[in-house]
Ligand binder design. Sequence first.
Ligand code: 5GP
Ligand code: ZN
Length: 114
Amino acid sequence: MNDCLFCKIANKEIPSQCVYEDELVFAFKDIEPQAPVHILIIPKEHILSAMELNEENANVISHIFLVAGKIAKDSGIDKTGFRIVNNCGVDGGQTVGHLHFHMLGGRNLMWPPG
Ligand code: 5GP
Ligand code: ZN
């Protein structure tokens, strides 16, 4: 996707603080962190939202959760815990049209969310 912010970040056309990368996914620090650890994990493939997942592209989701465990260890939140959030669509609060998972930790997160 030519005009997608997160595609540009994954391609390194736009700089970010990358914490993990492999052939399928890219993970980087959120520019406006909502917790001491706030990392965004995205597929390198442009997928608009969770509603665009299908039999062909959904394998990346299990990979993202495996990667999340590694990132949790590297970030020192594997013992204290964390939350993984996907915002989908307008009511879900999605502001960037490229599938992404927020990984939040480093403090006690509130539940239920607002
Ligand atoms: P959403 O609201 O779509 O679920 O989450 C988008 C997230 O992307 C927000 O938490 C926002 O702070 C983050 N974000 C938006 N633009 C940038 C950027 O240019 N760089 C980084 N690192 N994060 C961004
Ligand atoms: Zn994209």
